[in-house]
Design a protein around this ligand. Structure first.
Ligand code: MN3
Length: 251
């Protein structure tokens, strides 16, 4: 009798959990379990990405110590805006519900067109990039994130070297990433074009914490062919407060 009661209450709580997950997915969350990506209900993190461009959180000239105003303006109003427009076209053509987080599409990007892959990635990556920079950078993380970086990469300086190398060594256009892998460890990697670690087609898989755009359009006006100089200066404008928020909510 007692056993039956226990079993009934187990079934009952199991059914409740299933309902909670279903409700959570219906509300626009994503449970990522494929391909070693950690499980994250994006809807609950408060950092999911929408399909439209958010306003730039500072002026075009605010990041001058690393990136000139004209580059910022062209990058935001032409390149990034173009990805958002083309993403909207692709979403319409492929019947994507744009009220749900973009992460839902990225984790299943192999099911969609090349146009969707390029523009969903392009839009997501740039939205993350703008928010990861600030004119008031502390130039160094703190707390749990700093501890995790030191544990994974020996020191903050060593992390910067390895991350910078990922950007410098990416042949052609792409991104350097700090991301959380399926074992909840911090990793550094890079992706070509507008791919990112959320994509099921990516060689590196996980949850992006910080991304650096190393396409020439991100730096050419001031730095021309000198991508390493752009990367060295970029550290002066990283918003570690935002990066820490992402790490806290995703890890
Ligand atoms: Mn770009």
């Amino acid at each position: 009798m007692e056993k039956n009661t226990t079993r009934r209450s187990f079934l009952s709580s199991s059914a409740k959990a299933t309902l909670a997950i279903t409700a959570s997915l219906a509300a626009g969350s994503t449970l990522m379990e494929a391909c070693g990506t950690p499980r994250v209900a994006y809807g609950a993190t408060g950092i999911q990405t929408g399909f439209g461009q958010d306003p730039l959180p500072y002026s075009y000239s605010a990041l001058e110590k690393a990136i000139d105003a004209m580059t910022m303006e062209i990058h935001y109003t032409k390149h990034a805006a173009g990805y958002a427009t083309n993403l909207a076209d692709a979403a319409k053509a492929e019947n994507v519900d744009t009220s749900k987080p973009l992460e839902d599409v990225l984790t299943r990007i192999s099911k969609y067109s090349t146009k969707m892959r390029n523009n969903a990635g392009g839009h997501y990556n740039h939205e993350l990039f703008w928010k990861s920079m600030s004119p008031n950078s502390t130039e160094k993380p703190a707390g749990k994130l700093l501890a995790a970086i030191e544990q994974s990469f020996n020191s903050f300086d060593s992390f910067k070297t390895q991350f910078g190398d990922a950007g410098k060594n990416r042949f052609g256009s792409g991104w350097a990433w700090l991301f959380i892998d399926g074992d909840k460890k911090l990793r550094i990697g890079s992706t070509p074009n507008q791919d990112n670690p959320l994509m099921d087609v990516s060689d590196i898989k996980g949850l992006p914490v910080l991304g650096l755009d190393v396409w020439e359009h991100a730096y050419y006006l001031r730095y021309q062919n000198k991508r390493p100089d752009y990367i060295t200066n970029w550290w002066k404008v990283v918003d570690w407060g935002y990066v820490q928020t992402r790490f806290d909510r995703l890890s």
